[in-house]
Write a protein that binds this ligand. Structure first.
Ligand code: DNO
Length: 362
């Protein structure tokens, strides 16, 4: 298990690399050039400058999250080949600087979606919350009008350049169903995977969050069948998964322990966090502790330990605790607590495997 921490860069994050150095055994920083619009080539000089900074703190920068996929590629329109060529160039450039994993997603228009960013939990902390009915009942036209009218709207996980094009994008997706999206994903992967292989990079698709269709837009990375279907597109070793417990786990039908047993070997990257799911389908993010939420985090880490998982792991969204002011879900404190829980589970399962030896480094 190669522990990492997601960081949004020198100008974009309340957390700094000195802070992250004080969390035990974090080996790498999960980074991105967050200022780059989807579809632009990441130039070598920009990559080098970011990586040199990260490495100067003793961290590796082997995981990038995300290189976002341009909507033309998801839509499969006539501009897609241009953007796929750019994507390939970005892969080559990242490979040259030792990047090993690129996390990406194939969600139309919206990345992760929540109805409240600071919902209070019983312990007084706040966390990201999803109210199912609210999203189910939202009229997409109302959403388009709100977004189009708000000139300064920013949402986490939202690429700002999409704001201006929201109407046009919704219009274009009217033509696109799930099977079209699968076809377009297949086309994209067949184009880029040979380049990724040559560059020594594994592509790791992030599941949809939440893992069901929202606002009438198709979503296809939603559960076991999707993961199987994704892997069936190509058996290239570069065709992989970001195993995200909180995204897939928001649907109680997805048993994350079983899925870990089945798919961890094809997941070069894992996001581990917990969510509490309510009977009406709402969910809230909790601490990483198994008993705080609905996902068996212990069981997932046990599966990883059983296969001596060597991939990259990061804690995922945390609560906002101890009055921390931070990016929603991406503070320092709760994610650091999450890391210590994951380390603890891992160490315990590892020493159990080795027969409970009391040698401290066993
Ligand atoms: C949310 C993240 C996602 C993820 C992208 C990957 O916090 O897990 O935004 O980075 O979906 O492309």
């Amino acid at each position: 298990m190669n522990m990492t921490f997601r960081w949004y860069g020198r100008n974009n994050d309340t957390v700094n690399l000195e802070n992250i150095q004080q969390i035990p055994d974090v080996k790498g920083i999960v980074w991105a050039l967050h200022h780059k619009p989807a579809g632009d080539v990441w130039e070598k000089e920009e990559i080098q400058s970011e990586l040199e900074y990260i490495q100067s703190f003793g961290f590796h920068g082997e995981v990038v999250e995300s290189v976002n996929v341009h909507e033309s590629i998801k839509l499969g329109n006539e501009e897609r080949d241009f953007y796929i060529e750019n994507y390939k160039q970005t892969i080559r450039n990242l490979g040259e600087f030792g990047v090993k994993v690129i996390c990406y997603n194939f969600m139309p228009i919206f990345d992760w979606t929540r109805t409240e960013l600071y919902k209070e939990l019983p312990d007084g902390s706040t966390a990201l919350f999803y109210e199912k009915l609210k999203v189910d009942n939202l009229d997409p036209q109302e959403l388009i009008d709100t977004v189009a009218a708000a000139s300064d709207l920013t949402l986490p996980g939202w690429e700002p350049e999409k704001l201006a094009r929201i109407k046009e994008l919704f219009e274009a997706y009217k033509e696109i169903g799930e099977s079209d999206l699968w076809r377009n994903l297949g086309y994209f992967l067949h184009e880029i995977l040979p380049v990724a292989e040559e560059a020594g990079i594994k592509m790791a698709i992030h599941p949809d969050d939440p893992p069901w269709s929202i606002f009438g837009l198709p979503r296809i990375m939603t559960g076991r069948e999707s993961l199987e279907k994704l892997l069936a597109i190509s058996d290239s070793p570069s065709n992989g998964i970001t195993f995200c417990t909180g995204s897939l786990g928001a649907n109680p039908a997805n048993d994350m322990v079983k899925l870990a047993a089945e798919f961890a070997g094809r997941s070069p990257f894992a996001h581990i966090r917990n969510v509490k799911i309510y009977e009406n389908g709402d969910f809230i993010e909790t601490s990483h502790l198994t008993s705080d939420g609905s996902i068996n985090i212990k069981g997932v880490v046990k599966e990883l330990s059983d296969i001596q998982y060597e991939g990259y792991v990061r804690p995922d969204h945390g609560r906002h605790i101890w009055d921390e002011k931070c990016r929603p879900g991406y503070g320092l404190y709760d994610r650091a607590l999450g890391i210590m829980y994951l380390h603890g589970l891992w160490d315990a399962y590892q020493s159990e495997k080795r027969g409970n030896s009391n040698v401290s480094n066993s």
